[in-house]
Structure formats: C-alpha cells, structure tokens
Design a protein around this ligand. Structure first.
Ligand code: ATP
Ligand code: MG
Ligand code: MG
Length: 381
C-alpha cells in the first residue's frame, strides 16, 4: 500500500488519516507538536518545525506523496518538497489561499464575485481605501489569520483611530473589505481529483460566534435556487484555480440571493465535518480519493444534520452530558490535552431533522442556547 505524508497534525489531518486508513493507506505526519491530534493516529509522527530541512526530507523519503492540511505554511517549504516528491495539491494553490489579496485577485480574474476590497500597506493607503469603500469595513491581514484573528471590524472613525499602531510598521500587506450585511453564510466543499473529476458536497449554512464557527446545518436552509447557484459557483472556483484535492468555498448570502465568495481553504473544512456522519462519502475520504486518483465518491446527503463545535470552554458541560448523549449525536474528539478558551476540542454531529437537532442542542446545556437572532439567521429563507 501507499504511504501518504501530511504537513500538519491537527484535527483535519487526524480525520483524513482515520478515513484514509480504511482505504488501505499508511500515513506519516509532520508537526512541531509531539502529541498532536494527527500524530496520535498516524503510522509515524515526525515532531519538528516545518522549516526543518532534515525532517522535511525524511517525510519526502517515507511518503509516496505529501499533502498539507492547513494553509498557514510557508510555500517555499512546499516548493522544496515538490522537487523531491509528489505534492498533488501543489504549491500554487497554497500560495493563493494563504494570502487574502492574491486569493481575491485570482477569484476576480476568474469572474467570481467577492466583496469590494482594496489592498493596504500604509496608513495613507488605509485612508485612501476608506475613502473608496466607506464604513463599515473590515481590515484583515493578508496572511496568518484564522478564527477572526488578524481582523478588525471598523464601524466608526474611532475604530479606525484605535487600530494598533504597529500594524503599518511591519511592512505587512492588509486588505480592507467593505462590510457585507449578509443574510447568512454558507459554504461548499468541492473535490477535484488529479484527473479533473469535480464533485461538490451539499452546501451548509454556517453560524459563527465570536468569529469562530459554532454550527453548520445541512441541508442548507436557503431560498429557492440559492443552493444550486452556490454549488455551481464553488465548482467554478475549483475548475478555474485548477484545484487538486479539496477547496472549501465560504460565501456570504445577501438578502437578494446574491452570493459573494468570502474566502477559500485548500483542504477539509470545519463546515464540512457534517459529511463524516451525514453523507455517503466524507470530505476526508474524498480528499484522499481526489489526490490518489481514485474515482470520487457519491456526496449524497443520507440524513439532515447539524454540526456543533466543542471548544475548550464547552468541555466540562460536555463531559457532564456525555453519558446521556442520544445515539443520533455523533461524537468526534480530537485528543487535545489542553482545553483553552476558543480551542477546537471536538465536534458533534446530530443526525436528525433541523428542529429536533436544534431542540436537543439547546436543551443539552453544553452550549449557550441559540438566540432569536441566531435562529432567524438559520431558519429564514
Ligand atoms: P476562518 O476561521 O473561517 O478561516 P478567518 O479568520 O480567516 O476565519 P474570515 O472568514 O475572513 O476570517 O472572517 C470571519 C468571519 O467574519 C466571517 O465568517 C464573517 O462572519 C465575518 N466577516 C468577514 N469579512 C466580512 C465582511 N466583509 N463583511 C461582513 N462580515 C465579515
Ligand atoms: Mg480563513
Ligand atoms: Mg472564514
């Protein structure tokens, strides 16, 4: 059997390994952390920094191909690996998706609608960009951000004045985006294989709390025709960027039904975790199929599902509820030792109709119940 190397040993890598093993593949992981979620379930784990030449070379030696499971990695590392072994996703996709500005430019070139944006490097640029786009707006670092980190919501001139002074002293590229008063957010995970076969998963509607994904709902409660358009848009992204592997396409859904692409991820995505329990093929299995060149699996939804993240602060209530979890609540635990606030420790997928699933989630006591506003965001079409 073949051995697949993975750069990154987080929960995404872990779930890729759990699914890839079933197909007969062996896995080697590289991650600085010795006891990471992926390393716990791989056949061999190399604990070293990503820029450790020797470690990377030993990964290339041990594996028939190498994947990356996160995008906040230096593309130079992947470029070097590409010269030593097969990297099906390629360094180009990484270069685009790790950099908000390059990503938006690539999307715009491909005719994919995004929120109006302006590149910002200096304070003068920011003033100019604000004059162009107006307030409210969102300022984001081009690289390194996730879960809303490296992101500033600008509603008033005071918010602009309160931006950290260092922001412009590090020569970092930023992007100012117009604030989009979206009705809801949805996402589509699409697989594109090394042979160019393309298959999308059903869209999910996603609810964030404090900029971190809280809940994903499938099938997505969307107005007539929107889900179909979201799928087509996501497939267009996968084709126009020549994706190999997976691309998760996050979108804003406007009240008019118009869709704008927010950002991309070149890997399995948190909003696609529901596929593990509620689709004929999971996004993790599909990722492996796409990169090794197997036919893609059917993405049919087998049950309505609601996925909810378990963060560090939910751990205690979750442990208390654990013995009483009904069978339709599918638990995925990532094996992380330290339960920090905001850290993703695991998730559950409730395989039940939307109303029953939400009723159980709200009654469980594990998470603060949905507010009326949040319910509106989920249910309103
Ligand atoms: P992720 O954890 O998904 O990688 P991130 O830190 O990369 O998040 P984004 O996805 O760009 O950041 O933004 C996080 C959330 O902030 C979005 O899902 C959305 O709820 C809100 N947001 C971002 N940009 C805008 C915008 N232009 N207008 C309105 N809301 C926005
Ligand atoms: Mg992101
Ligand atoms: Mg996002």
């Amino acid at each position: 059997g073949q051995t697949i190397g993975i750069l990154g040993g987080g929960q995404l890598g872990r779930m890729v390994i759990l699914e890839g093993r079933k197909l007969g593949y062996r896995f080697v992981t590289l991650d600085p952390a010795a006891d990471c979620p992926g390393g716990q379930v791989s056949d061999r784990h190399v604990s070293a920094p990503y820029d450790d030449q020797e470690a990377a070379a030993s990964l290339a030696e041990a594996a028939d191909m190498i994947l990356y499971e996160f995008e906040n990695i230096d593309p130079e590392i992947v470029k070097k690996l590409e010269q030593q072994t097969l990297v099906p996703q390629g360094s180009r996709l990484l270069e685009l998706t790790r950099h908000r500005l390059m990503e938006k430019q690539a999307l715009t070139r491909a005719g994919i609608p995004v929120a109006p944006y302006v590149a910002v490097e200096t304070e003068a640029d920011l003033r100019q960009a604000l004059a162009e786009l107006g307030l409210p707006a969102v300022l984001k670092t081009a690289t390194g951000g996730y879960d809303g980190k490296g992101q500033w919501m600008l509603k008033t001139d005071q918010d602009v004045a309160a931006l950290p002074a260092e922001l412009f002293q590090q020569g970092k590229t930023l992007v100012l985006e117009q604030f989009i008063p979206f009705q809801k957010e949805c996402s589509v995970v699409v697989a594109r294989s090394v042979h160019g076969e393309v298959k999308a998963f059903p869209p999910s509607v996603n609810l964030h709390r404090h900029h971190i994904l809280h809940m994903s709902v499938a099938p997505a409660p969307l107005a007539e025709g929107v889900a179909e358009r979201a799928v087509r848009l996501a497939e267009q992204v996968a084709d126009s960027l020549g994706v190999v592997g997976l691309v998760a396409v996050e979108m804003f859904v406007l009240a008019s039904g118009e869709l704008l692409v927010n950002e991309l991820a070149p890997r399995p995505h948190n909003s696609g975790h529901y596929t593990f329990d509620a689709c004929l093929t999971s996004q993790f299995e599909q990722f492996v199929r796409a990169v090794v060149g197997l036919p893609l699996g059917p993405t049919t939804l087998t049950s309505p599902a609601v996925m909810v993240n378990i963060l560090g602060e939910h751990g205690e209530a979750f442990n208390q509820a654990y013995g009483l979890l009904p069978g339709q609540v599918k638990v995925h635990w990532y094996g992380k030792e330290i339960a920090k606030k905001g850290r993703k420790m695991g998730h559950v997928t409730v395989v039940d109709d939307l109303e029953s699933a939400i009723a159980w989630i709200d009654a469980s006591g594990i998470w603060p119940p949905l507010t009326e506003q949040e319910k509106k965001v989920i249910y309103d079409r």
